[in-house]
Ligand binder design. Structure first.
Ligand SMILES: *Cc1c(COP(=O)(O)O)cnc(C)c1O
Length: 461
């Protein structure tokens, strides 16, 4: 019988798969049937199976329709996990941005004068107040802040940086390369492990625009090492009439637990030194949305605003409202509205409770609650261990890791066991986590990403 005639008709497939949007379905049907016709022509296809053709089309359509960004349960213990989205946003803070974004707002409109206004003044007021700076500016991320500052003040001029601070952060941000791209001339001083304030002083020329300090973030030098303090850099800059700029990377407000504050001062201590410019990420320890927050002297911030490049780094009303709401929470000392801080402040007793709750919900699970340690993450406080509590699961660690990952749970392997670190698991995820574990134990793995992703989508309606 003629194979071509056995090919199912487009209408028929459309009817059977009527639950799939036509915009996705029709091109896939056409493409699939075209491939089949070609296959018949060149003899590669010798029989037609209507059912499997329809299945194939449905699978292709589902691949397109299933959401790409899905929620995962972060059981790595790392609070500021760049690969898993860094800081979480509190629902109440999110509502604030939702309200501003689902209606028109005065983003760039001056309500007093009745004419065009400036989008950058909105969060500047509250941020300046919070951090005790003359002015503030929000850009797309901290990388953009670094670029903008260098491009504005150090283009075709020299910016002096310690060799110990020419770091690479997260693979895509290399201090020397960002400096080069900005047009600044990098002048390296000191050595990898030692840089003294005298090294900066000797490098200053007529063409020097600034002394720049970069937080080493995900890297640290132990042992025989020394660096010029920010205080020294600021006072030398003032004396020589050049700018000082600190790329701080991450900033925190209240005193942190576990002695973390001893290693890095809070932003308030830094601002007391009266620096020219400081910048940091909005979504690291500050615990808000992706943004670059620049603090400093009003005259300098005003010059940044005049740089045309700012247009390329500008932030949306959603970002501005999220930063504003976060800053307001800080001012009111409502730290429980900053999920990143909440996660770091959890005591091991609270974490134990969470772990016990999980085990109670998984009676068939062979596991033990253990003390361990983790890190804050996001390049903040490298090498600074903080205590945590893990659920150590018995059995093949690799298999558990893979099974859990297929069910969108990301844990870690420690001492050859798969562990779930309770520090980064949200309270409202425990039940879901237990269901996933119980399903894996009873081998009815509710198959993979797609199903869960689809159910997430349904839940969003
Ligand atoms: C994280 C970091 C950056 C990059 O910040 P993004 O907000 O991710 O662009 C730049 N400098 C330092 C020191 C950092 O720690």
């Amino acid at each position: 019988m003629n194979l071509f005639r056995q090919i199912p008709k487009v209408d028929k497939i459309e009817k059977i798969l009527s639950h799939i949007p036509k915009k996705v379905l029709i091109p896939i049907i056409q493409q699939t049937l075209e491939n089949i016709r070609n296959g018949i022509k060149n003899g590669k296809i010798t029989e037609i199976n209507e059912k499997s053709i329809i299945k194939e089309i449905e699978k292709k359509a589902n691949d397109i329709l299933s959401p790409s960004i899905v929620n995962v349960i972060n059981a790595t213990g790392i609070t500021v996990h760049t690969n898993l989205g860094r800081s979480l946003i509190d629902p109440e803070i999110f509502d604030y941005a939702k309200e501003r974004s689902t209606h028109y707002c005065n983003l760039e409109y001056d309500l007093e004068k009745g004419k065009r206004g400036d989008r950058y003044h909105h969060s500047a007021k509250i941020l300046s107040h919070l951090f005790g700076s003359e002015s503030a500016l929000i850009v797309n991320n901290n990388a953009a802040a670094v670029f903008l500052i260098l491009n504005t003040f150090a283009k075709d001029k020299e910016a002096i940086v310690s060799r110990g601070e020419l770091v690479e952060i997260g693979g895509s941000f290399r201090v020397p390369e960002v400096m080069k791209a900005s047009g600044a001339k990098l002048v390296e001083v000191g050595t990898t492990n030692k840089t003294k304030i005298k090294d900066y002083e000797e490098a200053i020329t007529e063409n020097t625009s600034m002394l720049m300090k970069v937080h080493k973030s995900n890297y640290s030098i132990e042992g025989f090492s020394a660096e010029a303090t920010l205080e020294e850099i600021i006072s030398l800059s003032k004396e020589k009439g050049v700018l000082d700029y600190y790329d701080l990377g991450s900033a925190y407000v209240p005193k942190l637990p576990y002695g973390l504050t001893n290693y890095e001062p809070p932003i308030s201590d830094i601002m007391k030194l009266n620096p020219s410019l400081v910048s940091f990420s909005g979504d690291k320890l500050f615990g808000s949305v992706q943004a670059g927050i620049i603090l400093g002297k009003k005259e300098l911030i005003d010059r940044l605003k005049k740089n045309q490049i700012l247009r390329m780094f500008r932030v949306d009303k959603i970002t501005l409202s999220l930063i504003e709401a976060t800053a307001l929470a800080y001012i009111k000392e409502e730290y429980d509205k900053i999920p990143t801080l909440k996660s770091i402040f959890q005591t091991t007793d609270e974490l134990k409770e969470k772990a016990q709750k999980l085990l109670n919900l998984c009676p068939g699970l062979k596991a033990e609650i253990k003390e361990s340690h983790t890190y804050v993450g996001g390049g903040t406080m490298p090498n600074r261990k903080i205590p945590t509590i893990v659920v150590e699961i018995k059995g093949n660690a690799k298999k558990w890791e893979e099974n859990m990952r297929k069910n969108l749970v990301i844990g870690r392997i420690e001492n050859e066991h798969f562990v779930l670190d309770m520090r980064s698991v949200q309270e409202d995820e425990i039940e879901k986590l237990s269901e996933i574990i119980n399903n894996i134990i009873s081998c009815e793995i509710p198959s993979q990403n797609n199903n869960i992703a689809t159910s997430q989508l349904k839940g969003q309606k």
